[in-house]
Design a protein. Structure first.
Length: 545
């Protein structure tokens, strides 16, 4: 008589396997969390984050969050940021612009970015990818400099990944298994994603293309799908209205912000998914080639899972290709690499599937190890802001000015009767609306500067509400005892003739007391109390000399 097998002996390897996978899972999440936490406040609040904080101040008048006379940003992130900041401030009593305040404010996008990592695993598994492929996709997300960058910025990109991934997971579960909860979850997440960022409309469109492509399989779900999409559209009407209104404004912008769009910019976006904005040519080219090869092999590995291939290619590819086409048909291009942050996650899942399917364990580990080794220089570039010098490689990323240091110096050395002037809203908005909320102005010569700013984005009411429309420096100089002038430009490596002329005018009409260099900016201090017999030389008179 044969002895019965010991059931406990069979369960032991299974439990050990589960522990091993759990260790990998939580280990990857912890590594990603640590990489995103490191250097969280190394760099100060910059222009875009200053705009977020300005909109957060509109929350007590919530109707302004939906008015394009007050903002062009979707309302969800300012609202969540306001609630988060109010909660922490109420519990701790911290002061605005303190180091603790800045660190706490950026914990908000950090938390969403960390949540993205396990959601990538969940989507990969929902697409029937093997566990190993899902873990590798998690790892690619955890160490990606591209995602770490936006985990440390108070903007709607880290949240876009969470709402987007969760919406896709709910959509797949609703189509496959039905049930009330997945349908409700999909609708809620579609609406949240739309109020998070107007660009979500492209991913939403791609999701519906996926449904139509697989209509023969999901024919029975036509009615609930149509109803859920209609409900989501109704719930998103406010965001859709704002999005289309702002799109109409961009059609009228005569001043380009970025270089003319090329088809090759799509390849640069793909490269950015793996290497971030690094300027290390050998590294980012190697990561690009490795990423392409892994994705192609991933398509081969998933050949028996056409649903997975369709979702990854459609949701990942349609927004990218549609925008490459759209912005080449218009005079003004608003193409930015960061807008495709959700596409990058589809790419990581494909690449993870490719790496996981390599036939030999040694080869598999060698490829993964090579990828991680090549990522290290890109991480170094991120933490030290050693970015590619070409604007085309970093579309949407600007040089970060030391707004924190400038504000600290102004707070410590300012006096009653001082006027704080900025040469650009690049420094005006973050310093005024986050670091030093006192009266400040943008300086100009004539009404032409006001017209130039409005032409760059033809929304005069918003510029007026921001307080960023340029004012004549001679008028402000006549009313001030001292003038602080912050000189900074969008491209600090280029010579700024306007700044040179303004400094010369102040040197002629006042007494320079100080000149301090900060990262990306120069701060001047002038005494504007001339002897009675001299008086102020007005701009028109001085320019004629």
């Amino acid at each position: 008589m044969k002895p019965k097998p010991d059931s406990r002996a069979r369960e032991l390897p299974s439990r050990l396997e589960q522990v091993k996978w759990a260790a990998w899972f939580f280990g990857i999440v912890l590594v990603g969390a640590a990489l995103r936490l490191f250097g969280l406040t190394t760099y100060p609040i910059w222009y875009d984050e200053g705009a977020t904080f300005y909109i957060m101040q509109l929350v007590p008048q919530p109707w302004r969050l939906f008015s394009i006379e007050w903002t062009t940003d979707p309302p969800l992130i300012p609202l969540l940021g306001y609630l988060w900041y109010a909660l922490v401030e109420g519990l701790t009593g911290m002061e605005q612009a303190s180091p603790a305040s800045e660190w706490t404010l950026r914990l908000f996008p950090w938390a969403f970015s960390v949540a993205t990592i396990p959601l990538v695993y969940a989507l990969a598994r929902e697409l029937a990818c093997p566990k190993r492929a899902a873990l590798i996709a998690m790892a690619l997300t955890a160490v990606a400099p591209f995602h770490i960058y936006y985990a440390q910025e108070v903007r709607p990109y880290a949240t876009m990944t969470v709402f987007g991934l969760a919406a896709l997971i709910c959509a797949l579960r609703a189509l496959r298994r039905g049930g009330r909860l997945p349908w409700i979850g999909m609708v809620v997440l579609l609406v949240l994603a739309m109020y998070n960022h107007f660009f979500w409309i492209w991913y939403w469109f791609a999701l519906n293309v996926f449904f139509l492509a697989w209509f023969a399989v999901h024919r029975a779900k036509l009615v609930p799908w149509t109803v859920s999409q209609a409900v989501a559209v109704v719930g998103s009407l406010g965001a859709l209205y704002m999005g289309f209104a702002i799109d109409a404004v961009t059609r009228e912008i005569p001043t380009p912000w970025y270089p003319d769009l090329l088809w090759t910019d799509g390849l640069l976006t793909f490269k950015t998914f793996f290497a971030g904005y690094s300027g290390e040519r050998t590294v980012y080219l190697s990561l690009f080639v490795l990423g392409v090869a892994a994705c192609l092999y991933g398509l081969y590995a998933l050949r028996r899972r056409p649903t997975a291939i369709a979702l990854l290619l459609l949701v990942g590819g349609i927004p990218l290709l549609a925008n490459l086409t759209l912005w080449q048909l218009r005079d003004f291009s608003f193409y930015q690499h960061r807008l495709f942050i959700l596409t990058s996650l589809m790419v990581y899942i494909l690449a993870g599937a490719g790496m996981a399917a390599l036939p030999r364990r040694g080869v598999r580990w060698a490829v993964i190890g090579l990828f991680l080794v090549l990522t290290l220089p890109s991480l170094h570039s991120h933490y030290y802001r050693d970015f590619h010098p070409s604007p085309r490689h970093r579309l949407g990323v600007r040089h970060i000015v030391d707004n924190r240091g400038i504000a600290q110096h102004l707070r410590a050395h300012g006096q009653d009767g001082d006027a704080i002037l900025h040469l650009s809203h690049l420094t005006h908005i973050p310093i005024r609306h986050y670091y030093l909320p006192v009266e400040q102005h943008t300086a100009g010569w004539t009404d032409q500067e006001r017209e130039a700013l409005i032409n760059s984005f033809p929304m005069e009411a918003i510029w007026e509400n921001l307080g960023s429309l340029p004012e004549r420096i001679d008028v402000m100089a006549a009313a001030a005892d001292r003038i602080w002038l912050v000189v900074a430009g969008w491209n600090p490596e280029q010579r700024d003739i306007t700044a040179e002329i303004m400094v010369r005018w102040l040197d002629h009409n006042g007494v320079r007391l100080d000149r301090l260099a900060f990262e990306g900016a120069v701060l001047y201090l002038y005494d504007m109390r001339p002897p009675p017999e001299t008086g102020v030389v007005y701009v028109a008179d001085w320019m004629e000399r």
